[in-house]
Design a protein. Structure first.
Length: 213
């Protein structure tokens, strides 16, 4: 049984993260949890998108386990915990979710077209290679950031259209950070989890320092 593309253990960990978020965010819990649900639903949809092409490239990976939930959900959950001490941490939370959403869009849509190039030399590589970029993937990444920015605009009181635009670029920046750290992954330093965590940390820091002051 898979819910939101998560296996049972992954889904259980996601529920634990959601419970922690609800406990620490009080009256705004609905907004915090809704943003995470949007990530899960949209992430599942873009993962399924282009199924035949991804199967052909042998890079289709629909079921996600606890490792993936931990890598993507740990930083947003910590930001939600910090919210009880500093309300500005909500921007760190939104920024971290924007980053992981942008990265999800980049990785799942970017493999469907355009030639990927590996950093730092921009040599051509196969689709799905960590540390690689493509025009389609970059545009898709920004789309993911836009989705979270627009969602935050409607979910979090006081969020302006300018804030939403900044959030979209924060998502893009987090995805780029994921790609840069992915260069190290290719060289045997770290793994997919560490690149995902780096992505969400960059999004959280940018969200807090650009919008939390």
């Amino acid at each position: 049984m898979k819910i939101f593309s998560l296996n049972p253990v992954g889904f259980l960990l996601a529920l634990i993260f959601a419970a922690v978020i609800v406990y620490f965010t009080g009256p705004l819990a609905y907004a915090f949890v809704a943003l995470l649900l949007i990530f899960l639903i949209a992430g599942g949809l873009v993962t399924r998108y282009g199924y035949d092409r991804k199967r052909e490239l042998t890079i289709y990976e629909y079921e996600r386990g606890w490792e993936n939930v931990l890598a993507n959900g740990l930083v947003p959950t910590l930001c939600a915990v910090l919210y009880v001490f500093n309300p500005a941490a909500k921007w760190a939370y939104i920024g971290s979710v924007a980053a992981i959403m942008a990265d999800k869009f980049a990785s799942e849509i970017g493999v469907l077209g355009g030639q990927p190039f590996a950093l730092p030399r921009f040599n051509r590589v196969r689709f799905g290679t960590s540390g690689a970029v493509s025009l389609l993937g970059t545009l898709a990444s920004w789309d993911g950031g836009i989705l979270i920015g627009a969602s935050a605009y409607f979910l979090f009181p006081g969020t302006t259209a300018w804030d939403a635009l900044v959030i979209s670029f924060i998502g893009l920046a987090g995805s780029i950070a994921d790609t840069i750290v992915g260069v190290l992954e290719v060289r045997g330093i770290g793994n997919k989890a560490t690149t995902n965590i780096a992505c969400s940390v960059v999004g959280a820091l940018l969200g807090f320092y650009l919008l939390g002051h």
